[in-house]
Ligand binder design. Structure first.
Ligand code: SF4
Length: 555
């Protein structure tokens, strides 16, 4: 510009136009990584870390692990560093992530559909006894989670798990994670359709395929012939439904998810037959891979894309660009009045029985898993399934063996006619092992159940459906707090004496099924950990006193 050229006038009301920033969508040409996570995945496909663990890190020990692998790619094989013992949640905010790292790992074994044989359950238990200090938690993703794992032991652990037909591949990471399925698939009398084959198809076609191992973020999926897998809060879910012309198949939901920006999934309005579920799964995961937002991690879940596009456009892209055919329109699934958890004794369609039992908040042990397998086999069964409520179900039990199995499970602390509190409490990993945690969760869940069982005997009979109490150790939502009757989000709170102590922000009245919606966060409604039993007791007594007819908590 010459010194004499007058400056271009700028409108006082109109800001200068800015080039819109890309969201890192591959399909729009943003192939260069826009953050360190994307860089790490581009530099080396995370599935390649397995060879380095076996050939280098297992021999060299924890200190030999490349930091990029340690805090990134290890997750694709179910491995996270666990929290160093003794660091309290209040200090966590002031520490760098590596200061929280212990040299031990948490390991998730992916058990799609929560399905294991008793032989597999025995191996899961024995691996825990030998390599994980007898720890084992049933997660709300129907996985088994160990703690105290050493990298040196990973090759042997994989050998044992894979020898029994199990894997840790893509149990975590920005990948197609474990596929939830009905714990009673194939045996439930009221099931619309058995989704087992679809889960197998998805596993065979997509899990461990490098073409789908670099997604913008995690991809959570579910396939069930019953509405028993929390389909409203998955990245993709297939729920059994009967089409008036075509018969049993699945209704497709996309874009649900919890964490700090919860969203209920949207129906695509499409009916999919059993043998096409994997095709539709493949198309949806491809849309996510190609169009998903990669610039900001907190906007990288598929729910943000679905929200921005809407279900109609999302379905159109799935059909036009990936399936190259139109989907069949279909009806919505029926939703249950109360969540289905499969606890108790139920008759199967083949005349045998399934028996659901309730550990508290999923906490079992390796020894318990071995004993559960033995008890199931004594009762004539060789199949056990984990549930999305952190419980377990023994399948295929002859009627004459049911009582004996119930007694055996009770000796292991697994009640088959549990109190509503034991049945309705879930808890995430919490400060015992999770680096992100602010408060203790599992032990607190145990204490809470004990307290409520002792205090609320007079109202228990009047509670027709379990009142769910979900406990999270931080603002993430691994225990699905927004969908609980009473959701508790861990944080540091101030007690009556002005001390900073572990406590919870309370969400009330969330639910799924008929009551699908997120609990209301009550501003300023916080409770200390010590006050928790008193608080829940008060809320429950208040509900029971004021309830009209069969009113549910979330109504
Ligand atoms: Fe960890 Fe938070 Fe998830 Fe609990 S909710 S397991 S504390 S990340």
């Amino acid at each position: 510009m010459s010194p004499t050229t007058p400056p271009t006038p700028v409108s006082p009301t109109k800001p200068p136009a800015r080039t819109p920033r890309g969201e890192g969508q591959w399909a729009l040409g943003y192939r260069e990584p826009l953050n360190p996570n994307e860089r790490s995945k581009k530099d080396d496909n995370p599935l390649n870390v397995r060879a380095r663990i076996e050939n280098i890190y297992a021999k060299g020990g924890f200190d030999s692990i490349d930091p990029g692998d340690l805090r990134g790619r290890f997750r694709w094989y179910g491995l996270y560093t666990q929290r160093k013992p003794g660091i309290d949640g209040g200090r966590t905010a002031t520490l760098e992530p590596e200061e929280l790292d212990d040299s031990y790992f948490m390991l998730r074994v992916r058990t799609d559909g929560g399905a294991v044989t008793t032989e597999q359950l025995t191996v899961l238990g024995e691996v825990s006894q030998t390599y994980a200090r007898d720890t084992a938690d049933i997660t709300d993703r129907q996985n088994i989670q160990y703690h105290w794992i050493r990298v040196e032991d990973m090759p042997t652990i994989w050998q044992k798990l894979e020898g029994a037909g199990m894997t840790t591949m893509e149990a975590c990471g920005d990948s197609p994670r474990v596929i939830l399925g009905s714990p009673v698939a194939g045996i439930a009398q009221d099931e619309v359709i058995d989704g087992t084959q679809a889960i197998e198809d998805i596993k065979r076609r997509f899990i461990g395929d490098p073409a789908y191992s670099n997604l913008p973020r995690k991809f959570k999926s579910a396939v069930s012939g019953l509405p028993d897998i929390a389909h409203e809060i998955h990245d993709i879910a297939f729920v059994g439904v009967v089409h008036p012309e075509h018969g049993p198949g699945f209704d497709v939901w996309v874009g649900g998810g919890l964490s700090t920006n919860p969203m209920i999934g949207q129906r695509l309005g499409a009916w999919v037959p059993l043998d096409e579920v994997a095709d539709v799964y493949g198309a949806v995961i491809s849309v996510f891979r190609d169009y998903g937002y990669r610039r900001l991690r907190h906007r990288a879940r598929i729910k943000f894309l679905v929200k921005d596009w809407g279900a109609a456009k999302f379905r159109q892209v799935v059909e036009d660009e990936y399936l190259h055919r139109k989907l069949i329109d279909g009806p919505a699934p029926e939703v249950p009045a109360v969540p289905i958890d499969h606890i108790g004794v139920h008759k199967q369609k083949d005349g045998l029985y399934y028996v659901g039992a309730a550990p508290i908040a999923g906490r079992v042990s390796g020894s318990a898993l071995v004993e559960i397998a033995k008890a199931a086999e004594r009762a004539g069964s060789n199949r056990v399934r984990f549930t999305p409520q952190q419980k377990l179900v023994v399948l295929d039990v002859p009627e004459a063996e049911v009582a004996g199995l119930q007694a055996d499970l009770a000796k292991l602390g697994l009640q088959t006619t549990p109190s509503p509190w034991r049945r309705g409490v879930m808890a995430c990993t919490g400060i015992e092992f999770c680096k992100l945690a602010i408060v203790e969760t599992k032990a607190r869940a145990h204490d809470l159940v004990s307290a409520l069982e002792a205090r609320l005997t007079d109202v228990t009979d009047g509670i027709t459906a379990p009142i769910s109490v979900h406990i999270n150790g931080c603002p993430n939502s691994c225990a699905r707090i927004q969908t609980a009757d009473i959701g508790l989000k861990g944080q540091i709170v101030t007690d009556d004496d002005g001390n900073q102590v572990e406590g919870f922000q309370v969400h009330l009245g969330g639910g799924l099924g008929l009551d699908a919606g997120f609990g209301r966060k009550l501003r300023g409604h916080k409770v200390t950990g010590a006050e928790l039993p008193d608080y829940v007791e008060r809320v429950v007594r208040n509900f029971v006193a004021k309830r009209e007819g069969d009113e549910r908590f979330a109504q």
